[in-house]
Ligand binder design. Structure first.
Ligand SMILES: *[C@@H]1O[C@H](CO)[C@@H](O)[C@H](O)[C@H]1NC(C)=O
Ligand SMILES: *[C@@H]1O[C@H](CO)[C@@H](O)[C@H](O)[C@H]1NC(C)=O
Ligand SMILES: *[C@@H]1O[C@H](CO)[C@@H](O)[C@H](O)[C@H]1NC(C)=O
Ligand SMILES: *[C@@H]1O[C@H](CO)[C@@H](O)[C@H](O)[C@H]1NC(C)=O
Length: 410
């Protein structure tokens, strides 16, 4: 058989040859990333509490390790933009800022790894990063190798300052260099965001999902309830476009959680985390972890909620507009009864400033166990009732709040 025919046969038999196969991110990554709260925190003398430096990164590792976050699944600790010196060294390598990261990145990686956690870093495909630090253009191979040498487990790659054609090539190329480095690294791409919102084209999610483990679809989150509402509304309208490209190893990324920034009421924080969990989105905190409230922490460590967020099937929850101002999100997940009947979660989300009541029939949204289901409230962990397929449930959702039920097949 000629090589061509063999290749053809191979393609024919294993259609998705180029699917990113680094074995990582089988569940949506959880952790902490610097950008949302610390941003380009380089002016440490004027703003010591917003300073992006070694001590901060190590303290997040300690918090995850000591305070139960690690057991709940929080794993990656990621340094975003503004970590390097303004110049590469004589050998063309990026140099960590000498004041803020005096011991270098390998030291931080080792510290994080000694805690059983994972380490992430950031670059941009252009000559400079979004905040004008040296970027990776012209240095893909050197940088990929260097990240691998440092022990990086996750790399966020931004897409500022380059054209559409370059983005489409560069993300694939950088991924190949990551692969060639021999160290598996979660590959987080900002690719579709730039295609859609900077270059005003439609992202090719089929290609993107073959090359990246996760990718940003939409604008950066900021620390306000308004921003969270806008993000939720965006994903509701983009469900059809995104859901087919979402699953183990390939995730749509809604951007960071804003817990610990004093931006949300308790009910708003429930909505924030419930929707991200229903969508099986990555869960990355970005805050001074000492400012996470007791209630926020309780939510972040709610294992019933995390079981939905981190379900191995990785199904993106589907939104349904109900007659009132409530959106119903529905997501199938494990455990299954036998191999046929999934558990299903129902999140009734009210973004309005007034309470709403609604009656819904779970059986109309893909349930099929004729033995019925038992209903648990995910936030109170209380048993609500048993339902059959034709029964309805009446709920009142307070303003800016969510009722979240998991139905387990009986
Ligand atoms: C590189 O890609 C190959 C083929 O997809 C895969 O088997 C391997 O695990 C990848 N290696 C790394 C380090 O990502
Ligand atoms: C029930 O629904 C699930 C999910 O849609 C499906 O996988 C399963 O085959 C169905 N079971 C039966 C008995 O129809
Ligand atoms: C719900 O169903 C379970 C399993 O059939 C049963 O043990 C339980 O008593 C039921 N609860 C109520 C309140 O009917
Ligand atoms: C629901 O279905 C059960 C049997 O599956 C039946 O006995 C009951 O009358 C039905 N209830 C309604 C309100 O249709």
């Amino acid at each position: 058989m000629s090589i061509k025919r063999r290749v053809f046969l191979f393609l024919f038999l294993f259609g998705k040859v180029s699917l990113l196969d680094n074995g990582l991110a089988r569940k949506p990554p959880m952790g902490w990333m610097s950008w949302g709260y610390f941003m380009c925190g380089v002016d440490c003398e004027t703003h010591p509490r917003k300073c992006l430096k070694q001590k901060l990164i190590l303290s997040v590792a300690d918090t995850f390790y000591n305070e139960g976050y690690q057991e709940a699944g929080f794993e990656y600790i990621i340094i975003d933009d503004c970590w390097s010196e303004k110049q590469r060294d004589r050998n063309g390598r990026l140099v960590p800022d000498k004041k803020r990261f005096p011991k270098g990145m390998k030291y931080i990686a080792d510290y994080i790894h000694s805690r059983g956690l994972k380490f992430g870093m950031y670059t941009n495909v252009a000559e400079i990063t979004c905040m004008h630090y040296p970027g990776s253009k012209g240095h893909f191979s050197t940088d990929a190798k260097m990240f691998a040498d440092w022990g990086v487990d996750y790399i966020k790659v931004d897409g500022c300052f380059v054209g559409e054609a370059f983005l489409n090539k560069a993300y694939i190329k950088f991924g190949q260099h990551l692969n060639a480095s021999g160290r598996p690294m979660v590959y987080s791409c900002s690719w579709p965001y730039y295609i859609e919102f900077i270059h005003h084209k439609t992202p090719d999610y089929k290609t993107i999902s073959r090359h990246c483990n996760m990718w940003r679809n939409y604008h950066d989150v900021v620390t306000s309830w308004q921003a969270i509402k806008t993000i939720i509304t965006h994903y509701k309208s983009a469900y059809d476009q995104l859901s087919g490209h979402h699953g183990p190893g390939q995730w749509n990324d809604m951007d960071m959680l804003i817990f610990g920034t004093g931006s949300l009421t308790d009910s708003q924080s429930r909505v924030h985390l419930a929707v991200y969990s229903m969508l099986a989105a990555p869960l990355l905190l970005s805050c001074d972890t000492s400012r996470i409230t007791k209630y926020e922490k309780e939510l972040l460590l709610n294992l019933e909620l995390l079981a939905i967020a981190q379900d191995p099937l990785g199904i993106m929850g589907r939104p349904f507009e109900l007659e009132t101002s409530i959106t119903l999100w529905v997501k199938s997940h494990l455990p299954r009864k036998g191999d046929k009947y999934h558990s299903v979660s129902f999140a009734l989300i009210n973004l309005e400033e007034h309470a709403s009541s609604v009656t819904f029939t779970p059986g109309l949204y893909g349930l099929n166990s004729t033995d019925g289901y038992t209903v648990m409230d995910v936030f109170t962990r209380e048993f609500i009732r048993n339902v059959t397929l034709n029964e309805s449930i009446l709920v009142t959702v307070p303003e800016e709040d969510v009722i979240l039920y998991t139905l387990f097949p009986l």
